[in-house]
Design a protein around this ligand. Structure first.
Ligand code: GAR
Length: 204
């Protein structure tokens, strides 16, 4: 089995990265993490990668004049590590249209809401403010518009009486850690096709 090589982009704790690391450690998992890149030097996810011997680098936007220059270097680093698929795992930086186009149907994101509801950086807070009784998380192919693109997998999470942002976020994260490896496995097994901007999952 030739494993798909994954580049994971992070900005913070990297608990989703951890879930992907653990999935990739299973011998029959069809993907391996080739490199972890962070736009933040203090992202704990960098430590998680180093602990298991995965190359991990910081790419700070402060070292680049424009978004295009930053994204060009990001692209080069991913290519240097022979990456087949990019996984955004709490990467809190907008990517240029050119970068998104280069990784069309080969870049996946996880977002803590049932898309297309509650896009943006405060999905959990926004769900609580709206008073929805069910929220959740989504894994999707990345398109130029933030938190949009064909949906690969979703999980629903009930909003409970007495929930606050951190309690609800923790329960949503538990589900994220299940559906991200699942979505990556489907991708790496070649089971996903995009038709009319919708994901079709093949059964065989
Ligand atoms: C996760 O909840 C992820 O869905 C969210 O950031 C968190 C990162 O946690 N991403 C977004 O909101 C993207 N719009 P982690 O660093 O522990 O994986």
């Amino acid at each position: 089995m030739t494993k798909k090589r994954v580049g994971v982009l992070i900005s913070g704790s990297g608990s989703n990265l951890q879930a992907l690391i653990e999935a990739c450690q299973q011998p029959d998992f069809p993907a391996e993490i080739a490199v972890v890149l962070s736009n933040k030097a203090d992202a704990y996810g960098l430590e998680r990668a180093k602990l298991v011997g995965i190359p991990a680098h910081v790419l700070s936007h402060k070292d680049f004049g424009t978004r295009d220059e930053y994204d060009a270097e990001l692209h080069q680093m991913l290519n240097r590590h022979l990456v087949d698929v990019v996984c955004l795992a709490g990467f809190m930086r907008i990517l240029s249209d050119g970068f998104v186009a280069r990784w069309h149907d080969a870049m996946i994101n996880i977002h803590p809401s049932l898309l297309p509801s509650f896009k943006g950086a405060h999905a959990i807070r926004d769900a609580l403010a709206a008073g929805v009784k069910v929220t959740g998380c989504s894994v999707h192919f990345v398109r130029a518009e933030m938190d949009s693109g064909p949906i690969i997998a979703q999980a629903a999470v009930p909003v409970l009486p007495g929930d606050n942002e951190s309690k609800l976020a923790a329960r949503v994260l538990e589900q994220e850690h299940k559906i991200y490896p699942l979505a990556l496995r489907l991708f790496a097994d070649g089971k996903l096709t995009v038709s009319d901007e919708k994901v079709v999952i093949s059964a065989s």
